[in-house]
Design a protein around this ligand. Sequence first.
Ligand SMILES: [Fe+2]
Ligand SMILES: [Fe+2]
Length: 166
Amino acid sequence: MEFRCQTTRRLHEEHEASFDACARLEQALTARARGGAPEAGDPQWGSLARGLDAQLGAEVLRHFDFEERALFPLLEEGGEGDIASLLIEEHDAIRECSAMLRPLLARSRETVLDAQDWRALTMLGRELAERLVSHAQKEEMALLPALDDLLDDDRDSDLFNEYVLA
Ligand SMILES: [Fe+2]
Ligand SMILES: [Fe+2]
């Protein structure tokens, strides 16, 4: 889908990056479903875990803050308050999941997780991927088209600068 505003195009690109990260995570967990926790220093797992952690910290959580601070109030003004509340609830669930997953990801790069922790990582990873994909898909269908209608060029460029330069 092509979006008109620079702000919505930027969010769309970040959603695509999240879809990619979630797909890579699910593939890795499926490939390891029988093998269990990776060895400490496993280069493939290390790079996946590091990338996912960076994606969650810098991209996803910053992206959520921006949506809540600057964009959802516009949805509310436009009479779409119910969608905004639902999206906030989903952010909270994803933040919670991410806060539990990230320490496990960090540890999995340094040491071999025991069976219980590896199971927790696997379940949290799958839950996070499922929630994040479904959330971003919803925003692609509802939030971004609504913003493309609501934003004029000046507002769009103010928002874009605020987000990108912040
Ligand atoms: Fe969101
Ligand atoms: Fe988003």
